[in-house]
Design a protein around this ligand. Sequence first.
Ligand code: Q9C
Ligand code: ZN
Length: 676
Amino acid sequence: MGTALVYHEDMTATRLLWDDPECEIERPERLTAALDRLRQRGLEQRCLRLSAREASKEELGLVHSPEYVSLVRKTQVLGEEELQALSRQFDAIYFHPSTFHCARLAAGAGLQLVDAVLTGTVQNGLALVRPPGHHSQRAAANGFCVFNNVAIAAAHAKQKHGLHRILIVDWDVHHGQGIQYLFEDDPSVLYFSWHRYEHGRFWPFLRESDADAVGRGQGLGFTVNLPWNQVGMGNADYMAAFLHLLLPLAFEFDPELVLVSAGFDSAIGDPEGQMQATPECFAHLTQLLQVLAGGRVCAMLEGGYHLESLAESVCMTVQTLLGDPAPPLSGPMVPCQSALESIQSARAAQAPYWKSLQLQDATPVPTSPSTHSPEGRPPPLLPGGPMCKAAAPAPAPAPAPSSFLDQPCLCPAPSVRTTVALTAPDTTLVLPPDVIQQEGSALREETEAWARPHKSLAREEALTALGKLLYLLDGMLDGQVNSGIAATPASAAAATLDVAIQRGLSHGAQRLLCVALGQLDRPPDLAHDGRTLWLNIGGKEAAALSMFHVSTPLPVMTGGFLSCILGLVLPLAYGFQPDLVLVALGPGHGLQGPHAALLSAMLRGLAGGRVLALLEEDSTPQLAGILARVLHGEAPPSLGPSSMASPEDVQALMYLRGQLEPQWKMLQVGAFTPQK
Ligand code: Q9C
Ligand code: ZN
């Protein structure tokens, strides 16, 4: 449905007119650098360009006092001396004669974006604006922010569009205390912010930025603060925060709209944030948010002061909004101890208000006593198998801020994003125009050779299906096709999956993730060499045969399914860093379309979106259609209000976590001191 890019050149006008080392980083080039890079990458051209309008007095009045709006209006006619004097009345603020115009455009851009999304003109979008907004308060400018763009957009979405649940995700590296103050007693706005905190020693030095500030009155539990107490947080820390804190709450909240305070000072190279997350991480954060609210995501620029890092991160965000798969994350996926402590303390502070956190945190995760080898790295569950790179990460050398962006993306975009390879092309399928129904098949002799060891592949229909699957798989391995779906007769599902795994591994996949739903037995000769991560959801009991062969019961189709995805599947998958993903809906998988779609949408974050979904032949065209659209980049339908995991689901999850946590660090939700 499209992506809006809202911008106006006039927003480059405001700038610092005097010497102030604190404020000089907020400069016009921030916008031009981001926009130039979007053009260079051909991304701007793919968006619906909207020219920002000014917010009206009434619209600004949704969150600001009339006196404050008049005060800012008056700056238009002040001289430099007076501007400087007024600026000094606020913390980290400069005014310019164009500030009022720019700040009204910035707020107006957010309103236009929200209107475009909520009227269905576009699916999502980004407002490229300055001045930023999230520090600004009812009657105060603060931290380069004049009007609170995101807060105004949220108030407008409530007032003009009648929304009842809005999620604000503030991934800027500073605490958006302005947004927090404006909505702290409002349960219709869930505000999440992570921020550099250093136990209160970092700007804006507020006690209420800590994890125990959770909102007030009716709004208790609707403010979620995740303070980072050390600099250097990276991809694994950000992903862990989303998987183990934000997303469980977000799904439980079930927002109708997601607003992002998209500051990129939380990216590597930024002088303010001093963090380590790479630009690709913002593609993943965006993709994870796109599974909420039917994909209605409105991002608005906040901070971001390293022009190169900012430009690259903006591109990653827009590219993902456009539906392109996220590039794989680099670096070891091991969250640091300090991040885990922060995540744990935020979960503990929120637990009283959120069912999704309650059961799991009732008891500390039991860890086996022998988890620490002398070098501090746990041994593999099964000795002998060489561990893959992802499972046994070497400590990452910190990349130098200037060199981290130099490496060009090595993989050119596949010419076909998604292919449907059903045995008989289905005319009732509803597909996006550029999703191709595959005609081709692998050579007959070759297909027969692969099928020979499997009795269940002897039948003609099974062979035909296998031929189509192999052809699709080859297209993916050659890089011509990014993702696809294939079908097979139910009786041949396990064998077909086995062949797909072997073929994938022998034709170029280094690490293959296989998510098998329903009754699909692990292929008997699946090696324990760390190149395949086998994950069966639908096993009889929770079992970790090795760190690479995991089985868990199929959780009851609701909250349990979500905790399984967020708490097990994705942490393992991100830790494994596969370059190919197979997801198979086998006999008795019992997944409803929306659940299968959600799983596929989230697995799309792995392997650069190289995901092959294998369905049973008699699946409905609706299921095939929904999976094709999701793999192509469309948002999965909302699950709606979720019921919670059953005690059995939680027990299975806790057991596996206890077994696997020593090897798969992304499973950790907190920093527990091992018990004596
Ligand atoms: N070195 C935004 O990112 N100065 N505002 C902090 C610590 C103020 C940041 C000084 C930073 C304001 C939107
Ligand atoms: Zn910031």
